[in-house]
Design a protein around this ligand. Structure first.
Ligand code: DHB
Ligand code: FE
Length: 291
């Protein structure tokens, strides 16, 4: 059967993609950030997932303000790279998995999550920057990707609680697919940032650190957090972090944090990264009991 083995949380700051694409990765501003993602790439290279479920948000590229689905799953064979105004990023086309994606849609809708089916779309920095941070700059991405887009652009975004429960339903959906597949689920966006108006540039490191601490140890606190707290404490765009709760919900209890990285500055964003393995995968991989 298919199994989610781990969660990969990461910010998606577009300037990170630009730094990579323009060959600036070793410059003093960027070098510490990319160094912090080296263990992540190594981890990915060892784990070699067959499929990535990418919980991400579109930034008015695939969906303009005419149609804004709260939750949408990409069921296409492949997804082109969006031109966000400065040309499409020079990264490989993203290969999907239509049969598996359709199965997820069916299971989730029957589980009473209203998922929009998307058969044709392009993906923006919300998806491609996490791919680059996890897999580097290959000629072709080494895993198939199921994009699961969440509206965090136009009020109201779904609550953390709903996103967490969606994660639980995704776990169930994945485990009811017969094929042996190793799946890693991504939670992307955040951490603290506000990119416009008077508080532009706001970063709240203690708040971000507490979020990372509780994501593994005490997700219930985050699940109950009201949307306004994200905005007030960590800036307008911190609401992207609800997507990390979908990832966390899909990992089950007793999941184990195995890597963490936090870095400021990177454009306007507090950049955070975490890898959390499920209890079973942790015990199999490390040959010892999860704490
Ligand atoms: C920035 C961060 C984002 O999440 C985004 O979508 C756009 C810009 C930034 O920090 O510059
Ligand atoms: Fe964003």
């Amino acid at each position: 059967m298919a199994k989610i083995v781990a969660g990969f949380g990461t910010s998606h700051t577009p300037a990170i993609g630009a730094a990579l694409d323009l060959g600036k990765k070793d410059e003093p501003y960027w070098a510490p950030l990319f160094k912090g993602y080296e263990p992540a790439k190594q981890w990915m290279d060892e784990v070699k997932p067959d499929v990535v479920i990418m919980v991400y948000n579109d930034h008015v590229n695939a969906f303009d303000f005419k149609i804004i689905p709260t939750f949408a799953i990409g069921c296409a064979d492949e997804f082109g790279i969006a031109d966000e105004g400065w040309g499409a990023r020079p990264v490989p086309v993203v290969k999907g998995y239509p049969e598996f994606a359709s199965h997820l849609v069916q299971s989730l809708v029957l589980d009473e999550f209203d998922i929009t089916i998307v058969n044709d779309m392009e993906v923006d920095h919300g998806l491609t920057v996490p791919m680059s941070l996890a897999f580097g700059q290959p000629d072709a991405w080494p895993a198939r990707v199921i994009p699961l887009s969440v509206n965090v652009i136009q009020y109201p975004a779904p609550t953390g609680n709903r996103c967490y429960n969606l994660g639980k339903a995704i776990k169930k959906a994945v485990e009811s697919w017969d094929e042996d597949l190793k799946v890693v689920i991504f939670g992307t966006g955040g951490m603290s940032h506000q990119i416009q108006h008077e508080r532009a540039g706001l970063i709240n490191k203690p708040w971000d650190t507490a979020f990372l601490d509780d994501l593994t140890a005490n997700p219930q606190r985050l699940v109950e957090m009201k949307p306004l707290e994200y905005l007030r404490e960590a800036g307008n765009e911190a609401i992207e972090l609800v997507m990390w709760l979908t990832m966390r919900g899909a990992l089950g209890d007793d999941a184990q944090e195995v890597y963490r990285f936090y870095h400021v500055p990177a454009s306007s964003t507090g950049v955070g990264h975490i890898i959390i393995e499920t209890k079973d995968f942790y015990e199999e991989r490390h040959g010892k009991k999860a704490a």
